[in-house]
Write a protein that binds this ligand. Sequence first.
Ligand code: PLP
Length: 398
Amino acid sequence: MYLFGETMEIDYRQAMPREKRLLAPFVPEGVLPFGKLRSDHLVVTTGEVQYESDGKTRKQMPDGSDVVEWETPRIVPYQELSSKIGVPIFPGSTVLNYGQGIFEGAKAFQHDDGELRVFRLDVHAERLNRSADRLCIPRIPVDLQQQAIHALLDIDRLWFPQQAGASLYVRPVVIGIDDLVRVGESKRYAYYAFLSPSGPYFGSGVEEPISLFVSKKFHRAGPGGTGAVKSIGNYPGTFLPARLARERYGAQQVLYIDVTNTHIDEAGAMNHYHLTTADELVIPEFTETILASITARSLLELAAAGRLPVTARQTNVNLERFLDGVRQRRITAAGACGSAAVLAPVKEYILESGEHVQVADGKVDQRTRDILSVYRGIQHGTEESPEGWMQLIERRTA
Ligand code: PLP
């Protein structure tokens, strides 16, 4: 059992026997797909929200978070969730019926010294807790999250793909598991994380900029809703607009506008950015309908530290003024940013009227390449990292 602030143990009793695990570094044949493969293990724990003796009042920590007794995280072979690994998923579970679930997406990289490092896991863990707050899910102590994921990355370190541009994608998830048909929050939760040895998000890489369909009909999020957090319920509503963008407009993704159809919100499941002729990187201000991307935050921090060839700022980005800026070539590069792809440059915006607004010459701009090279250099260990960004995965089991 884990209570806030304790050093934690990891339960390895169900881990795969050594001889059944991957025994040599993973060398993929051909370019690896993003997110498809899994490593040997999964880390999982469950916890129950504690109530006062009246059975109604939640016990609270001094910081206002719920008191939860989390079991010692277990490293188990990657498999379906079931009571076999202590996570029974009943047909009436709050996650399956009401979408009470949240997730994160982080990345780990192997550096030239052969060691694995994970990028800004503490910031991801803190964001998971902001998502938790919004969905009445108890916070998972940041040190519990980090220790569980470090243990998983440690035991499955050989799964890091020996291929240029590869990463070990980390997917933490929290779900409500009470079997509860009344609409309401669960008392019991499962926290788990798994790894996906991955190649680049866009197979063709940065050389092939994408098209964005500008949707005024569909919206991803509304004020007061859950758009600013990583709630699982935010995503299925984007499937239809994405399908339409693909099938009717030939665009890879959707540019979402706020519900008043005035400001740019997000580009698919990524933030949006643009670059001006004044070498300024502009990212929409984080509002109630925009997820505060860790990539965007990191770019802003790097620019402020003078590490990028551009300055950077956040502001509300008016869609029509943005499109005029692109048409008049004051805006000479634009794209989407997020952990999966880092930067995905956009070659054109396709409007509902059928108009195509091309960004500059439609090719990848040099500043985009320069920014990417600093960012990827930090992640892959060829550029100096800001303090604390790359957490070393200590060798405990190997
Ligand atoms: N916006 C949404 C809706 C997302 O799901 C993500 C992915 O996490 C992002 C933006 C990019 O955020 P990050 O840079 O933290 O990956």
